[in-house]
Each structure stands twice: as structure tokens, then as C-alpha cells.
Design a protein around this ligand. Structure first.
Ligand SMILES: [Zn+2]
Length: 233
């Protein structure tokens, strides 16, 4: 797999949003499935062969749930996270994970497989970045639970997922990401749309984080996204 390029993280969402109905049930090649492990502090069950991946999945999910819960979202629903050494062949090669809303299940690469991308957000992948990837997918799932409308836009979904991912990163990692991807916050809602997202998902992600950060009412803005008052077209 190549190093970071536009479209990788986009695959996370695009696949989830557009193709989730046709995604085959993933099965780890020629290996029996590991036993499910329930996280200590959150309502999350993880299936992963490496205990390190279980711990990362629990930690990433908990960070996302704490943040979204602090904004008033309902984060009580159960989540299932399946960690696999490879994703189904039908997935984009650049995808690192996706989620299946009807099953409340997130499917994500193992840390060792994810590291083969080498960089993400234009910084070297490490364990904290991996946890943030899980936080991103968990945010999608709880955004689904909390949207007031049946069909939110892709960029509304991604706004919440990326803000959650960047907010929950350790400050040191977040600073490196922002330094590696310089730019301005989006000034207007119209600048944050699905086309801009598709052109460069990670740049969109960093841009919406800056937008969130520069607002005094960032939390209110996320609630407005969920109510369909902004980013709805
Ligand atoms: Zn996403």
C-alpha cells in the first residue's frame, strides 16, 4: 500500500455510507475467530486476535463516547468492533475500516496491517493514530444514533467523525497533524460539502476541526448538524 494519499480515510466513510448494504460478512482468512472481549468501561465488545488491538479498540471507542456524550449525544447503544488483518476484497484497497449500521458493527484493520499505510494525515502512524481511527468510526455509529433525519449528508457525517477524531487525539499528535497539514478553517458552511470531502478527505477533516475549534459554539454547531440545521445539503 502506498503512503498517505487523498482518498484513504474517505474510503472509510464512503464505503460505509454507500456500500454498506452490499458488504459481505468479513471473515479472517483461514483463522478461527477470536473470542469477543467486553471493554471494561464502555458498552463495547471487541473481537481481535491481539490483546493490544482489543485495548486500542476499547480506548479509541471510549474517547469518542466520552466526547460525544459530553455534547449531549446518546452514547448508550452497544457497539461491536471486529479487528481483522485484512478487509474483504470488495473493499477499496485504501480503506482501513468501515461500519455497518444495521449490525452496530465496526470492522477495522489490525494495528500491524494499518501501519503498512506508513502515514495517515501525513504523519507516521503510531498507536495513538490507530486509536483515533477507531474513534472516527465509533463517532459515525453514534452520529447515526443521534441524527434527527433519516438521510444525513456524507459531509455532515464526516464533520462529526473528523472533529471527534481530532479532538480525542493526544495534543502532541494533533499538533503534529495540524503542522503537517497547514491550512485555514472553513469559513462558511457552503465550503464544507461532499465534493470537497471527496477530493481530499483528510484535508477536509483537518479543515472541519479548525472550523470547530474557531467557533465559540463548536458543541452547538455539532448539535445543529445532528438536527439538520446545517450541512444538510
Ligand atoms: Zn468517516
Amino acid at each position: 500500500m502506498q503512503a498517505s494519499r487523498p482518498g484513504k480515510l474517505g474510503a472509510l466513510a464512503v464505503v460505509a455510507m454507500l456500500f454498506m448494504a452490499s458488504v459481505p460478512r468479513p471473515v479472517a482468512a483461514s483463522q478461527p475467530e477470536a473470542d469477543p472481549v467486553r471493554c471494561n468501561s464502555v458498552n463495547v465488545v471487541v473481537v481481535a486476535r491481539a490483546m493490544q488491538d482489543v485495548e486500542s479498540a476499547c480506548a479509541g471507542a471510549e474517547k469518542a463516547m466520552r466526547f460525544l456524550g459530553s455534547l449531549g449525544l446518546d452514547v448508550s447503544g452497544e457497539v461491536s468492533i471486529q479487528v481483522l488483518p485484512e478487509l474483504p476484497k470488495s473493499m477499496w484497497q485504501s480503506a482501513a475500516g468501515y461500519y455497518i449500521p444495521s449490525e452496530r458493527r465496526i470492522v477495522i484493520l489490525t494495528y500491524s496491517a494499518f501501519r503498512e499505510f506508513e502515514t495517515w494525515f501525513e504523519v507516521t502512524i503510531d498507536a495513538a493514530l490507530y486509536r483515533s481511527l477507531i474513534a472516527h468510526e465509533v463517532a459515525h455509529l453514534f452520529a447515526d444514533d443521534n441524527f434527527w433525519m433519516d438521510a444525513p449528508t456524507l459531509h455532515a457525517h464526516e464533520y462529526i467523525a473528523y472533529v471527534t477524531q481530532l479532538v480525542t487525539m493526544p495534543a502532541e499528535l494533533r499538533e503534529r497533524v495540524l503542522e503537517a497539514m497547514p491550512g485555514q478553517a472553513y469559513e462558511r458552511d457552503a465550503h464544507m460539502n461532499t465534493m470537497v470531502y471527496m477530493l481530499n478527505p483528510m484535508r477536509f477533516g483537518v479543515g472541519v476541526y479548525r472550523h470547530y475549534l474557531e467557533r465559540r459554539d463548536g458543541a452547538d454547531y455539532i448539535r445543529a448538524v445532528l438536527r439538520g440545521e446545517v450541512l444538510h445539503e
